[in-house]
Design a protein around this ligand. Structure first.
Ligand SMILES: C[S@@+](CC[C@H](N)C(=O)[O-])C[C@H]1O[C@@H](n2cnc3c(N)ncnc32)[C@H](O)[C@@H]1O
Length: 289
């Protein structure tokens, strides 16, 4: 690929999605954009870039950015965060929100939906009392393509095999040809919306739990700081933030404190001290990030 074409794609992805692509990633650009060039009726990546250069930002630019996102995900990814949710965090929140009976959970950068659907199934399986509560799971992503797949609730055999215990497959999925379809009851628990994390977030409510996992790793330091600053404003003072295993707030935002719950790292807002229900399990293992 010509250097000028590489630089065009790199700058586009950085300016519009904050995704950092360095020269070692040029192989990734080639492998992901060549098929797109073909489906757009263009022979090469050079033709694709030439076409984008001649028009203002539009659908084609959006497709290129989407093609450059990494959408790797799975059900119950890393397991421990979901153990923490089941054994400590949801029971605590249920006790604390017993008057309002309202819970707000947000999966930012949800990819094809396995993460928010994992949470929805976990709630369905373990917290039947929440059926009478106002519980909303919001799931957002930059990519309209992954959101379309997520909304469909259809997964192939490999996706189902990755992380989903078979009793849950039997209970919540139905086979349809080569696909497994998630039942409507669980699908309806999740609202999917398109959201670019580097844009403003006016329509996001204050959340009890935020999952923003395995996406900050693609951003530069300033973007990580900006996003964590915005998360801080959207998290309730006693809320919980989950990051990916290779991510942390360390040296990015000191308003968060890392704590360990069921071997999962969880971030809480510094200075939070629950006057009603001391969070013993959390505090016992509290570690400063
Ligand atoms: C590796 S997946 C993570 C999926 C899930 N959170 C998990 O941990 O399994 C990263 C997702 O981040 C999304 N993404 C990348 N840049 C984004 C941005 N600027 N705003 C919102 N989502 C973005 C991608 O489309 C992709 O689906």
């Amino acid at each position: 690929m010509e250097t000028a074409d590489f630089e065009y794609i790199r700058d586009l992805c950085h300016q519009r999605a904050a995704i950092v692509l360095d020269l070692e990633k040029s192989y990734l650009i080639e492998s992901r954009l060549q098929p797109l060039a073909r489906t757009e009726g263009l022979g090469t990546i050079a033709d694709l870039v030439a076409k984008m250069r001649t028009t203002g930002y539009g659908t084609l630019h959006g497709k290129v950015i989407e093609a450059m996102t990494t959408n790797e995900t799975s059900f119950f990814r890393d397991l421990q965060p979901f153990e923490a949710l089941k054994k400590v965090i949801l029971p605590e929140l249920i006790a604390r929100r017993s008057l309002s009976r309202q819970l707000r959970i947000w999966c930012a950068a949800c990819s094809t939906g396995q993460e928010p659907y994992t949470i929805a199934m976990l709630i369905e399986e373990n917290f039947p009392q929440l059926a009478a509560w106002d519980v909303k799971i919001l799931a957002t992503d930059l990519s309209t393509q992954v959101l379309e797949r997520a909304r469909s609730g259809r997964f192939n055999q490999i996706e189902v095999n990755r992380g989903l215990p078979s009793p849950l497959v039997v209970k919540y999925f139905q086979r349809n040809g080569m696909q497994w379809e998630l039942c409507e009851r669980v699908r309806n628990k999740v609202e999917f919306r398109q959201l670019n994390l580097i844009d403003a977030w006016p329509a996001i409510n204050t959340m009890d739990i935020v999952f923003i996992r395995n996406v900050l790793i693609y951003f530069d330091v300033q973007t990580k700081k900006d996003i964590l600053g915005k998360v801080r404003n959207k998290l309730r003072c006693d809320g919980y933030l989950f990051l990916g295993g290779a991510e942390s707030t360390f040296s990015l935002d000191d308003s968060f404190v890392r704590t360990e719950v069921e071997k999962a790292s969880i971030y809480r807002l510094k200075g939070y001290d629950d006057p009603v229900l001391p969070t013993r399990a959390v505090k016992a293992a509290s570690v400063r990030a």
